[in-house]
Design a protein around this ligand. Sequence first.
Ligand code: UT7
Length: 331
Amino acid sequence: MGFVNIRIAGWGHYAPEKVVTNQDFEKMMDTSDEWITTRSGIKRRHYAGPDETSSTMGVIAGKKALLLAGMQPEEVDLLIVGTSTQDMIFPSTACLIANKLGCPEPMAFDVSAGCTGFLHAFSIATQFLNAGLYKTALVIGSDTITRYIDFSDRATAVLFGDGAGAVVITTKGASKPMVLAEIHGSDSSGAYKLFIGGGGSAHPINVHSIKNHENVFYMNGKEIFKFAVKVSDTILDSLFLQTGLTPDQIDHYLFHQANYRIIESTANRLHIPQSKLIVTIDEYGNTSSATIPMSLSVSADSGKIVAGQKIILVAFGAGLTWGGMVIQWNL
Ligand code: UT7
């Protein structure tokens, strides 16, 4: 299938002010900076303040992206948010963000796919643009995972942070296709390896669900690690096969920032030099759906990503879901 011309008109990210360092964790639990750094690559993460939510962070990132694009909120006809920590069960975080940004009538909805949420949302947005139904989409990844951390589970607790990233894509003034190839999928046999059990219709939040620890995050880290390494390899092989591109023809590799060792494993297999890896996990930890758009925004702001470059995006997460895209950074 052919892809329509799309350009990246703007981007933005937001990380809460409050920083939690590995040294802070040393004071809270039996852990060490050395363990966290060598096992995950994380040094710091940002925690949302009491008044911050996935929608408030998404609004800040979205505003920055629109400003950079030189676009008015009225021009957004599609607004999709990848999140699994929505402000409320309903309405969607996308509708809350549309309201706060002043986007009058966009099609607005959330995509729940764990840490793959942004990449699925990004793909869905390009499909609507491809179909000619909409011209401009604001795609956001925003998560407030720290609200659900089980601080008695040290292997999981140290990994996560909060944040949001946003990208504006548009067919207006675009002269080249942005998406060169993509692959998405899921393996639902792993659904119970990574979940928050409470708050849904199966286990609404009440005294019993809180007593049973259903209001916090559960992750089988070892299993997810194995899955992530395997699926990242599969995704890359497929993207190279689809495009005929070779690893050296890609300018940047941006993997979901879950653990630096996962990134390193795939990079080593394909002999990808460190200079081509986009890594922000040291500063932000795992911000779930937000890792990819935050990292894109940080790298574009710093001038690391520039017009015309080819970038591979790889995500995996609860579901278990996964996605991969080769995009060209058309401005
Ligand atoms: O975005 C969603 C996707 N999530 C992921 O991709 C996460 C994937 N998984 C991982 O990143 C890793 O499995 C973890 C970082 C979660 C854990 O790393 P690991 O190398 O798999 O450690 P482990 O759970 O096998 O634990 C190794 C040792 C254990 O001690 P013993 O039994 O060997 O004595 C743990 O008790 O490390 C211990 N340990 C810790 N020690 C200090 C576990 N957590 C900690 C800690 N500080 N925070």
